[in-house]
Write a protein that binds this ligand. Structure first.
Ligand code: DGY
Length: 322
């Protein structure tokens, strides 16, 4: 019998599936999730860990688990919270859950584009407080997407999903920038590969869809904002640390860019007194890109498949390359 530590309560369906497993010992959190201390205490001697992006799976966790650990399975597409070098050195395989959340995240990214470009949060607030006197020519003006240039940073599954959706709004061009060109995806969404500088200078809407790594950490800093159009909108559905947030506050306050829509921040949750919350041209959501019943059920099932395969030494359905 192998032992699996699950760090969070999963969706109803996937939790039921986990609870029906009798051939292995599945350890659940007593509440909704394990604290860091509980994770370190309860990891000892487990064969698999099923975690989320909020769990930092670093050397301390690998050490706490010890040599029995064979697999870390994260219920997320991103795996920047896992120390992959440590996993590799300890011959621990790592699994993640791509594909099944692409539509949910791309949908939310488009929602952020519309929320910011049409000032929808402000508009809803004005209506709710009855602070308007009927339609006026200059009332609550935003910008439409027709004819605009979209810039996608990272044309992976989610980037392609956003480009595909935004094409439906009659945009004129889709540009993309990434570590290396993705000609197949680019062909499907008629996107042109450009240098990051060109993306910054030419795009009206920039969507951050890349992974967080050494080359993307704080990629959007004051210099980058300075190169963007003053009318540009920035949307981030990837990871908060790709943006240097203090610089974003300055850029939004000084009119260097028009607006930002963020599903991700650094840290998460962002403290309620953070200056970004005081800016009318910034919309912040609580990292809900993949928060649909459909996506979270599918992610949960994949994460369970991955952890079960890993503890038995079988190939994972979606391994992370180490
Ligand atoms: C992911 O899967 O990496 C998402 O950011 C979590 O919602």
């Amino acid at each position: 019998m192998k032992r699996v530590l699950v760090t969070h309560r999963l969706t109803e369906n996937t939790q039921k599936r986990l609870q029906s497993i009798t051939e292995h010992q599945i350890d659940f959190p007593l509440n909704d999730k394990l604290t860091r201390e509980e994770l370190l205490q309860r990891a000892k001697g487990v064969h698999g860990i099923l975690c989320l992006t909020t769990d930092r799976i670093d050397r301390q966790v690998f050490e706490a688990a010890g040599p029995s650990l064979k697999v870390v399975s994260t219920m997320s597409v991103g795996y920047d919270h896992i120390d992959l070098a440590e996993a590799k050195q300890r011959q621990v395989v790592v699994g993640h859950t791509p594909d099944v959340l692409t539509d949910a995240v791309a949908d939310l990214g488009v929602a952020l584009v519309l929320l910011t470009s049409r000032r929808l949060i402000k508009a809803a607030e004005v209506a709710r407080q009855c602070q308007w006197t009927g339609c006026q020519p200059n009332f609550m003006l935003g910008n439409q997407l027709t004819g605009k240039v979209v810039g996608i940073l990272g044309l992976g599954r989610i980037g392609e999903g956003m480009a595909h959706r935004l094409r439906g709004f009659g945009v004129s061009r889709v540009l993309y920038s990434s570590r290396r060109p993705n000609p197949d995806a680019a062909l499907r969404v008629c996107a042109n590969f450009v240098d990051f500088d060109v993306l910054l200078r030419e795009a009206d809407v920039i969507c951050i869809c890349c992974s967080l790594n050494d080359s993307t950490f704080h990629l959007f800093d004051y210099d980058a904002f300075h190169m963007m159009k003053r009318s540009a909108i920035l949307v981030n559905v990837a990871r908060g640390d790709i943006i240097k947030q203090d610089d974003l506050v300055k850029a939004l306050s000084n009119g260097l860019i028009k607006a930002a829509g963020l599903d991700v921040t650094s840290p998460e949750p962002l403290p309620a007194d953070h200056p970004l919350f005081s800016l009318e041209n910034c919309v912040i959501l609580p990292h809900i890109g993949s928060a649909t019943v459909e996506a979270r059920d599918a992610m949960g099932h994949l994460a369970i498949d991955n952890v079960l395969a890993g503890i038995q030494g079988n190939p994972l359905e979606f391994p992370v390359s180490l």
